[in-house]
Design a protein around this ligand. Structure first.
Ligand SMILES: NC(=O)c1ccc[n+]([C@@H]2O[C@H](COP(=O)([O-])OP(=O)(O)OC[C@H]3O[C@@H](n4cnc5c(N)ncnc54)[C@H](O)[C@@H]3O)[C@@H](O)[C@H]2O)c1
Length: 249
């Protein structure tokens, strides 16, 4: 097995992905803004920590230069500051796009030669969101950023197809992580959320990591440009929601 680089893997979904890819046999590089969680995660998975702001091209360059080989890139780092479009600053809107969309392009482009040279075929997995499909009020630039990330995934799949590198996206619904701890903290609210999910619960980070493992592996060798919603059925639940509303539930 070769090397897998996971961005934002100090905690949350990224950390679960790092654990799973290490269990799959990859040497894992944790590319993270927070040096403390990065070190901790690297220790846990027997990998290497690199402090890197994924929006910083010089930092990406330095990190790329430190790699001998790369089989898998997981663009997981993402931010989701809350706020209504009418209220958020232009800078904040731009910052979300920088982290969630521009950074995956910068990393994919810079690391493409290494990925393309991987003997078993390189793979890029972008972590999108249900918000890409269902515009989510109160989350600022988040929905537009994830919709753009899905589109970027498809465009990369086509434009870089001749490199042999595959590009796919995994789109989680609600996942319990450090970043969403505040949302899950209210037990009654959480129970109401869980009742709306066809599979009856918010996802755990491992639910997402297991699907990323599939897209990182040769089992998905003939799949590129796809987005897989890992959301417990939420994205298909419009009619049950309407039926519940009509029943007054
Ligand atoms: N948690 C959910 O419910 C959920 C749902 C759908 C999609 N997602 C997506 O999954 C991904 C991970 O979400 P999470 O809940 O685990 O997040 P989180 O906030 O718990 O962790 C994100 C990690 O990314 C790192 N990070 C942030 N900006 C960075 C930057 N510029 N450079 C490098 N690292 C940076 C943070 O330091 C942090 O360790 C994100 O892309 C998010 O949009 C999450």
């Amino acid at each position: 097995m070769g090397t897998a680089l996971v961005t934002g893997a100090g905690r949350g979904i990224g950390r679960a992905i790092a654990r799973r890819l290490a269990a799959d046999g990859f040497s894992v590089v944790i590319a993270e803004l927070d040096p403390d969680t990065a070190r901790d995660a690297a220790k846990e998975v027997g990998g290497r920590a690199v402090r890197c702001d994924v929006t910083d091209e010089a930092a990406i360059d330095a990190m790329a230069g430190s790699l001998d080989d790369l089989q898998v890139l997981v663009n997981n780092a993402g931010i989701y500051p809350f706020g209504k479009l009418a209220d958020i600053s232009t800078d904040e809107f731009r910052r979300v796009l920088e982290v969630n969309v521009v950074a995956p392009l910068l990393l994919s482009r810079r690391l493409l030669p290494l990925l393309a040279a991987s003997p078993s075929g390189g793979a890029v997995v972008n972590i999108a969101s249900l918000a890409a499909k269902a515009a989510t009020p109160g989350t600022g630039a988040y929905s537009p950023s994830k919709a753009a990330l899905v589109s970027l995934t498809k465009l990369c799949a086509l434009e870089f197809a001749d490199s042999g590198v595959r590009f796919n996206a995994v789109a989680p619904g609600g996942v319990r992580t450090e970043g969403t701890a505040g949302v899950s903290a209210d037990a009654e609210r959480e129970a109401r959320f869980n009742a709306l999910v066809p599979l009856g619960r918010r996802a755990l980070p491992d639910d997402i990591a297991d699907v990323v493992s599939f897209f990182a592996s040769p089992d998905s060798r003939y799949i590129t440009g796809q987005v897989l919603y890992v959301d417990g059925g939420l994205s298909e639940a419009t009619i049950p929601f309407l039926q519940a509303a009509q029943r007054g539930a």
